[in-house]
Design a protein around this ligand. Structure first.
Ligand SMILES: NC(=O)c1ccc[n+]([C@@H]2O[C@H](COP(=O)([O-])OP(=O)(O)OC[C@H]3O[C@@H](n4cnc5c(N)ncnc54)[C@H](OP(=O)(O)O)[C@@H]3O)[C@@H](O)[C@H]2O)c1
Length: 340
C-alpha cells in the first residue's frame, strides 16, 4: 500500500551560493510521495535516461527550469503504481517523455513520478521497459526525424543521408535507425576516435565535424546528401542546407552548436529543399504512441545494448557534465534503484 508518507530516493538539484557565486549542486535525497505534484498516474520508475536538456536543467538553465530545488529527468519508464483513471492499472508497463516532465514538473531521476494520464504511453508488446529508455527522448526524436524525412520523399535510392552529432543520443539512434531502414548513412562527428562505434551501429562513412563547421557564405555548395538529421544548428545547418541535393530535406531538431543560423532562400527556391521542424516534447500523445509502436515492430533495433551504458543516481553529476560538454557517447541509461 502506497501512502503519502512513503519515502523514495530522488536526485535533486539545489541552488547554492559560495563566496557570492551561485552554483547548482546535485545530490541523492529522500522525498515522500506526498511531495510529488498532483496527477492521475503514480509511476514506479525503473529507468530514466540522460538527454541534453537534463544537463541544462542540472546546470541551472532558467530557460528549462525556473525553480530549484528540482528533480530533472525528461523521460522515465516503469510500472504504474496507482492510477485514478481506468485506462491504466497497477502493474502496467508505461513510459513518459516530454511535456513538462523534468522541466518544471519533478522528473524521472527519481524512484517515483506522478503525472497527468494524458502524458503516459503504454509500452508496446515487443519493447522492454529497459529498451524503451535506452531509446528514450532521443529515440523518439530520431524516429520523428526519420519518419518526416521519408514522408517528404527522402528514400534510400537517392543517395547518402547525413546525421550530425552522430555519437550523441539523437545522433546515434538516428544512425542506427536510418541504416536499418536501408539508408547509406554518413555520420558527422567531433569524435573521430569513435569511428568503430559509429560503424558498429550502421554508419557507412564518417566525416569530421570541423569540415562542416567551416564558415561559408555560399548559399549553394556541391550537392552531397539527399537528406539530413541535424542536432547542431548554427554554421553546420547553414552548410548542410547549401549541400542538400535537389528536392531533399533536413530534419532540424537541435541546437548544440547554436540556436541561430544564417540562411539564404537559394536552397529552397533553386533546389526545392525542405527544412523540417521536429518537436518531440509537445507532440500529441497519439503521434508519440505511433513512433513507440514502430520501435516495437518495424523499427526494432537489435543493438540497443551496444549503444548504451548504464549508471546509477550517484553517477549523475559526472554523466551530466559529459553530456553538457559534448563528450558522451551513445545513450546513458539511468537505473534509478541501482545501488552504488
Ligand atoms: N526537437 C526535439 O524534440 C529534441 C529532442 C531531443 C533532443 N533535442 C536536441 O537535440 C540536440 C542533441 O540532443 P542529445 O540528447 O542527442 O545530446 P547529446 O547526447 O549530448 O549529443 C549531442 C552531440 O552533438 C555533438 N556536438 C557537441 N557539440 C557540438 C557542436 N558545438 N557542434 C556540433 N555538434 C556538437 C556531439 O557529438 P559528436 O561528437 O559525435 O559530433 C554530441 O555528443 C540538443 O540540442 C537537444 O536539445 C531536441
Amino acid at each position: 500500500m502506497i501512502s503519502d508518507a512513503m519515502k523514495f530516493k530522488a536526485f535533486r538539484i539545489s541552488e547554492r551560493t559560495f563566496n557570492g557565486k551561485t552554483d547548482y549542486v546535485g545530490e541523492v535525497v529522500d522525498r515522500s510521495i506526498g511531495e510529488l505534484p498532483a496527477g492521475e498516474v503514480l509511476i514506479k520508475v525503473h529507468y530514466s535516461s540522460l538527454n541534453y536538456k537534463d544537463s541544462l536543467s542540472a546546470a541551472g538553465n532558467r530557460g528549462i527550469t525556473r525553480q530549484y530545488p528540482h528533480t530533472p529527468g525528461i523521460d522515465a519508464a516503469g510500472e504504474v503504481a496507482t492510477s485514478s483513471v481506468p485506462k491504466f492499472r497497477a502493474g502496467d508497463s508505461v513510459l513518459v517523455t516530454g511535456y513538462d516532465l523534468g522541466m518544471n514538473t519533478e522528473g524521472g531521476f527519481a524512484e517515483f513520478i506522478r503525472v497527468p494520464s494524458d502524458w503516459v504511453v503504454p509500452i508496446p508488446v515487443g519493447l522492454s521497459v529497459r529498451h524503451a529508455m535506452i531509446l528514450g527522448t532521443a529515440g523518439l526524436t530520431a524516429g520523428l526525424c526519420a519518419e518526416k524525412l521519408i514522408l517528404n520523399g527522402v528514400s534510400a535510392e537517392q543517395g547518402e543521408v547525413l546525421v550530425t552529432g552522430a555519437t550523441g543520443g539523437v545522433g546515434a539512434i538516428s544512425v542506427a535507425l536510418l541504416a536499418k531502414l536501408g539508408f547509406s548513412v554518413v555520420a558527422c562527428t567531433g569524435k573521430l576516435e569513435q569511428e568503430s562505434f559509429l560503424r558498429s551501429i550502421g554508419a557507412a562513412k564518417i566525416i569530421d565535424r570541423l569540415t562542416l563547421s567551416e564558415p561559408s557564405s555560399r548559399a549553394l555548395q556541391k550537392e552531397r546528401w539527399s537528406g539530413a538529421v541535424d542536432v547542431a544548428g548554427g554554421q553546420l545547418l547553414h552548410n548542410i542546407l547549401s549541400s542538400i541535393r535537389y528536392g531533399g530535406s533536413v530534419a532540424c531538431c537541435g541546437l548544440v552548436d547554436s540556436p541561430a543560423f544564417e540562411a539564404s532562400v537559394f536552397p529552397f527556391i533553386l533546389r526545392g529543399v525542405n527544412l523540417l521542424g521536429i518537436d518531440s516534447v509537445n507532440l500529441p500523445i497519439e503521434d508519440k504512441t505511433r513512433i513507440w509502436d514502430k520501435f516495437a515492430t518495424l523499427w526494432k533495433l537489435p543493438d540497443l545494448e551496444r549503444m548504451s551504458c548504464e549508471i546509477g543516481m550517484q553517477d549523475l553529476p559526472s554523466a551530466l557534465d559529459a553530456i553538457r560538454n559534448g563528450k558522451a557517447v551513445g545513450r546513458i541509461l539511468l537505473e534509478v534503484s541501482r545501488s552504488p
